[in-house]
Ligand binder design. Structure first.
Ligand SMILES: [Zn+2]
Length: 87
């Protein structure tokens, strides 16, 4: 499990820095955490709903690909934001 907010890119407190423009640079060392546009959109939506709680992103390796799940730190709700179309 990896936490997406360690790099600061996806921290709820810095929404202005979470653009998809140069994730490679910002995510140096955790490039595998890069989300595609659809996943980012879903992530932002979930983050917005839980903006006072804080969310984290988990990547789950499955037999056929990597699932992306976003989870609220407070209510422990989770949402599968995997873009299965990209598999
Ligand atoms: Zn919540």
């Amino acid at each position: 499990m990896l936490e997406c907010d360690k790099d600061g890119l996806l921290r709820p407190l810095h929404p202005q820095s979470s653009g998809p423009e140069n994730p490679r640079q910002l995510l140096s060392g955790v490039i595998e955490m890069k989300m595609n546009a659809r996943e980012q959109e879903q992530y932002r939506q979930f983050r917005q709903e839980h903006r006072q709680h804080g969310v984290r992103v988990e990547r789950i390796q499955t037999g056929i690909g990597v699932k992306v799940v976003v989870r609220c730190r407070k209510c422990d709700k989770e949402k599968d934001i995997t873009d299965y179309a990209s598999w």
